[in-house]
Design a protein around this ligand. Structure first.
Ligand code: SAM
Length: 304
């Protein structure tokens, strides 16, 4: 059997799986779990692949270690979304982190992930530093009185329940909950190759809020290919640490599968075609106009 998914207009990808372990509807989204010989378990929300057991670290490692290795002393971290627990698992590796506030809309995703693939979270939901809120990430950020050194947003694609977490107004609220100019915010920003307008609009919108917005890149097969992240600073503090600093910090974390002192720097390489893309499309996403030019819910899954 095949799970197929549009990347963007005119192209897509598919994954073969052997059996359906579960399909259903939570209060917020459809949820499916497949079992594949090559990839292990595959979690799908609203028709979009979220996590593949064999490949998940390609997403979770860059998303966490790009900001946390850069920040001098990340004591207070906030995770928005991330129901499968992969982001939380990587954050828990930092002894410097004193508190982790996690706000996930759909408690059923957490329960489901814990039941069917607990190895993704690897027990991190039991970490004493974690304070878990089940609710909307935007409401939490707008209401919390806390301030964070690093905020990590691990969100579904910008449609459905996550759509209002990709707007200038929300990014402004995120910036207000960062502790100081050294704080960092990271989120994924889709694929510059398959969803160029969505990618560049997210960066254009972030750039109206943050002083410094730097695109980072990694090939993530489970999302169809070249993927991106947006690393944001309210100051001018996106500075790649020296190799000796990265080496020392990475030694304390234990072995990773993607991030090393060399690969860390390579994630910041922005090729000329992408720079041109960032200059060419500057559509700002707002609460009033949150339509992306190359991303529609029906992109998520079509029967080929
Ligand atoms: N890595 C995936 C990706 O890049 O598409 C995201 C994985 S993670 C499972 C996405 C999480 O965002 C899900 O658990 C989903 O329930 C959560 N989510 C969606 N909308 C949300 C919202 N408004 N507030 C908080 N969490 C939300």
């Amino acid at each position: 059997m095949l799970h197929n998914e549009w990347n963007g207009s005119g192209s897509g990808y598919f994954l073969e799986y052997a059996k359906i372990l579960y399909t259903g509807q939570t209060r917020y989204q459809s949820i499916a779990l497949y079992e594949s010989h090559q990839f292990g378990k595959i979690l799908v929300l609203d028709g979009c692949i979220q996590v593949i057991e064999s490949d998940e670290y390609h997403y979770h490692e860059p998303m966490v270690h790009l900001p946390l290795l850069m920040h001098q002393n990340p004591e207070h971290v906030c995770i928005i979304g991330g129901g499968d627990g992969g982001i939380l698992r990587e954050v828990c590796k930092y002894q410097a982190v004193k508190t982790i506030d996690m706000v996930e809309l759909d408690g059923e995703v957490i329960q489901f992930s814990q039941k069917y693939f607990p190895e993704i979270a690897s027990g991190s939901f039991a970490d004493a530093r974690l304070s878990l809120t089940i609710g909307d990430g935007r409401s939490y950020i707008e209401r919390t009185t806390k301030r964070y050194d690093v905020i990590i947003m691990d969100m579904t694609d910008p449609f459905g329940p996550s759509v209002m977490l990709y707007t200038r107004e929300f990014f402004t609220a995120v910036k207000e909950k960062l502790r100081n100019a050294e704080s960092l915010f990271i989120m994924h920003s889709e694929s510059p190759k398959f969803r160029p307008m969505t990618f560049s609009s997210i960066h254009a919108t972030l750039s109206t809020v943050f002083n410094d917005v730097v695109p980072c890149f990694h090939t993530i097969a489970m999302y169809g290919g070249l993927w991106s992240f947006a690393l944001c600073s309210p100051g001018q503090n996106i500075i790649i640490p020296e190799e000796r600093v990265l080496t020392k910090k990475l030694e304390a974390l234990g072995p990773l599968k993607v991030i090393t002192p060399d690969s860390y720097k390579s994630k910041f390489i922005c090729e000329p075609w992408i720079k041109s893309l960032l200059v060419s499309n500057t559509k700002i996403i707002t609460d009033a106009d949150h339509g992306f030019l190359d991303l529609f819910p029906e992109n998520a899954q079509q029967s080929f």
